[in-house]
Design a protein around this ligand. Structure first.
Ligand SMILES: Cc1cc2nc3c(=O)[nH]c(=O)nc-3n(C[C@H](O)[C@H](O)[C@H](O)COP(=O)(O)OP(=O)(O)OC[C@H]3O[C@@H](n4cnc5c(N)ncnc54)[C@H](O)[C@@H]3O)c2cc1C
Length: 456
C-alpha cells in the first residue's frame, strides 16, 4: 500500500502530525481543489496566499529531503488517478471539521484507507466534555474546565517526519482532468488574486516577539481598531503555517518570563470553543444553535447597503469597506457589523456569515458561524437577545477620533468626530455624497425582540 500525506490546513513541516505519521516511503501532496475554487471570485486574495504558502512548503520539504506533488482537480478524482497509477493508497491528513470538508473526506475515504490526524486545534472536542459526558454550551465553564490541561497539551513533544520520499514526478502542477502539466501559479488556474498584506505571512511565534511589549495592554486596548493591539495571526492559524502547540508553548514561555498572556490565551480558547461546538453540533453550521426562531426580514436593498458599506452608519460602513478592500476586519468591528446586520437590519445571520466567509483571509467555519450566531443571539451564549451593539456608541468608545472611520470612508474625512458619532445630527443634516442612515437605532431592541422567539 502506498502512503500519501495530504496537506490541507497544515502548510508546514515543523511539528506536523500528518507528515510525521507514516514510516517507510510517502508521497506528500497538495490539491488545489476545484470544488472550492469554483465558488471563489477570480481575484480572491486567499488563492494568492495559499499558492505562496504552498511554494514555501515545497521548499521546506526539499530542505529535509522530501518534496511536494501538486494537483489541480477534485480530490476524489485526484485519488482515483493516483490509485490507478500507484495501486492501493493510505492517506494521512489533518482533520478538517466543516460540512464541506467532512463530506469531501467521506467521499475520499470510499476510495482510500483514510487516516485523519488531530491538528490545528490544541484540544480534542471529544475530550472536553462536561462531567456528565455532554458538550459544554457556554464559554466560561468550558474555559475554566480546559485551563488546567492546556499547558500539558502544549508541551507534548513536537513530532518530526520519519518517512522517505516516494519516487514520483514532482514538477509543476498536474491538471487532473486534462492531464496537462501546468506551472504552479494563479494565472494557470484562471485567477488574478488581489494582493494580500505580507504581514499575514509572519509566523505566530514571530509575531509574539514583536508583540511582547503589547501583551500587557492587550486586554485594555484590543478593542480599538486603530491601535494595532491585536496580532492578526488568525490567517496563519487558519492555514496551519505553524503548529498550534508551538504557539501555546511559546505563550507559556512568555508567561514564565512574567508577561501577562492570560487574556490573549483566553481568545485562543474561544477559537477552541467554537471548534468544539461545531464538532458536537454540526447542524449549527446552518441552523440556529439555540431553540429559537427569528422572523428575519428579506430586504435585499438593506443587505447590499451593508455589504458595500453604504448604510449611512459610519463605523459599520468603514468596517465593511475595510473588509472588501483588504479581506480583514478587526474583532470589535466584526461584532458591530454582525449585530447591525442581524439586529438592526433584521437580516438573517446566515447571509452575513456567507458574506464574511467569501472575503475573510482568516475565514474559519467554526469561529465564523459561532461568532455570527453569538452576534445574532441564536448561538452558544449565556446572554440572550437583549444585547444589541449601538454602532454610534461603539464608534464613540472605540474610534473616538474617528480615525478609522475617516480612513475607510473618505467622504466623512472633513467632519469632526463629534458629528460623526452623533446619530441625530447625521440624520438631520446629512453629508454630501454619503447616504443617511438606512435605519434608526431608536426602538431597535423592541423591533428585534418582537421577532425573536425562544422555544424552551
Ligand atoms: C462575526 C464574527 C466573525 C468571525 N469570523 C472569524 C473567522 O472566520 N475566523 C477567525 O479566525 N475568527 C473569526 N472571528 C473571531 C475574531 O474576530 C478573529 O479571530 C480576530 O479578529 C482575528 O484577529 P487577530 O488574529 O488579530 O486576533 P487577536 O486579538 O490577536 O487574537 C488572537 C487569536 O485568538 C483567536 N480569537 C480572537 N478572538 C476570537 C473570537 N472572538 N472567537 C474565536 N477566536 C478568537 C483567533 O484565532 C486570533 O487569531 C469572528 C468574530 C466575529 C464577531
Amino acid at each position: 500500500m502506498k502512503q500519501i500525506v495530504w496537506f490541507r490546513r497544515d502548510l508546514r513541516t515543523d511539528d506536523n502530525p500528518a507528515l510525521s505519521a507514516p514510516a517507510g516511503e510517502m508521497l506528500p501532496i497538495f490539491i488545489l481543489d476545484t470544488e472550492i475554487l469554483k465558488h471563489l471570485a477570480p481575484d480572491d486574495r486567499r488563492v494568492g496566499y495559499i499558492i505562496e504558502r504552498v511554494i514555501r512548503l515545497k521548499a521546506q520539504l526539499r530542505e529535509i529531503g522530501l518534496d511536494l506533488a501538486v494537483f489541480y482537480g477534485a480530490p476524489e478524482a485526484v485519488f482515483e488517478h493516483l490509485g490507478n497509477e500507484l495501486g492501493s493508497l493510505r492517506v494521512y491528513a489533518s482533520g478538517d471539521g466543516d460540512a464541506y470538508a467532512k463530506a469531501r473526506d467521506a467521499r475520499v475515504a470510499e476510495r482510500v484507507d483514510f487516516c485523519p490526524v488531530h491538528d490545528g486545534f490544541l484540544l480534542r472536542p471529544e475530550h472536553t466534555l462536561k462531567p456528565d459526558g455532554t458538550p459544554y454550551r457556554v464559554f466560561t465553564p468550558y474555559y475554566r474546565s480546559v485551563l488546567p490541561a492546556l499547558e500539558g497539551l502544549a508541551h507534548v513533544a513536537p513530532v518530526s517526519p520519519r518517512a522517505t520520499l516516494l519516487p514520483f514526478d514532482y514538477e509543476g502542477m498536474r491538471h487532473i482532468k486534462t492531464g496537462e502539466r501546468l506551472p504552479f501559479d494563479a494565472a494557470s488556474i484562471g485567477f488574478a488574486p488581489a494582493p494580500c498584506d505580507p504581514a499575514l505571512h509572519r509566523l505566530p511565534t514571530e509575531v509574539f516577539e514583536a508583540f511582547r511589549s503589547r501583551f500587557a495592554g492587550y486586554e485594555t486596548f484590543r478593542d480599538y481598531p486603530e491601535m494595532a493591539h491585536t496580532t492578526r495571526i488568525a490567517t496563519a492559524l487558519r492555514f496551519g503555517t505553524e503548529s498550534i502547540r508551538s504557539l501555546f508553548r511559546r505563550l507559556f514561555e512568555l508567561k514564565r518570563e512574567g508577561i501577562e498572556t492570560a487574556p490573549f490565551m483566553r481568545q485562543l480558547v474561544w477559537r477552541e470553543f467554537y471548534h468544539m461546538i461545531l464538532h458536537h453540533f454540526p447542524g449549527s453550521e446552518t441552523d440556529n444553535f439555540l431553540p429559537v426562531t427569528v422572523a428575519w426580514e428579506a430586504n435585499e436593498e438593506a443587505f447590499v447597503a451593508w455589504c458595500t458599506g453604504q448604510t449611512g452608519v459610519p463605523l459599520v460602513d468603514a468596517a465593511m469597506r475595510c473588509l472588501n478592500q483588504t479581506g480583514g476586519m478587526h474583532n470589535r468591528l466584526r461584532m458591530v457589523a454582525a449585530s447591525f446586520l442581524s439586529k438592526n437590519l433584521l437580516q438573517d445571520w446566515r447571509l452575513g456569515e456567507r458574506y464574511f466567509a467569501a472575503l475573510l483571509m482568516d475565514y474559519e467555519a467554526s469561529s465564523n458561524v459561532g461568532s455570527w450566531q453569538w452576534a445574532a443571539s441564536t448561538g452558544a451564549d449565556a446572554v440572550p437577545y437583549f444585547r444589541i451593539f449601538n454602532p454610534w456608541i461603539q464608534a464613540k468608545k472605540f474610534d473616538k477620533d474617528a480615525a478609522f472611520i475617516k480612513r475607510w470612508v473618505p467622504e466623512l474625512a472633513g467632519l469632526p468626530a463629534a458629528r460623526l458619532h452623533d446619530e441625530g445630527w447625521m440624520a438631520q443634516n446629512g453629508v454630501s455624497g454619503y447616504p443617511r442612515a438606512i435605519v434608526s437605532t431608536k426602538g431597535a431592541k423592541e423591533r428585534f425582540s418582537a421577532r425573536y422567539h425562544y422555544a424552551k
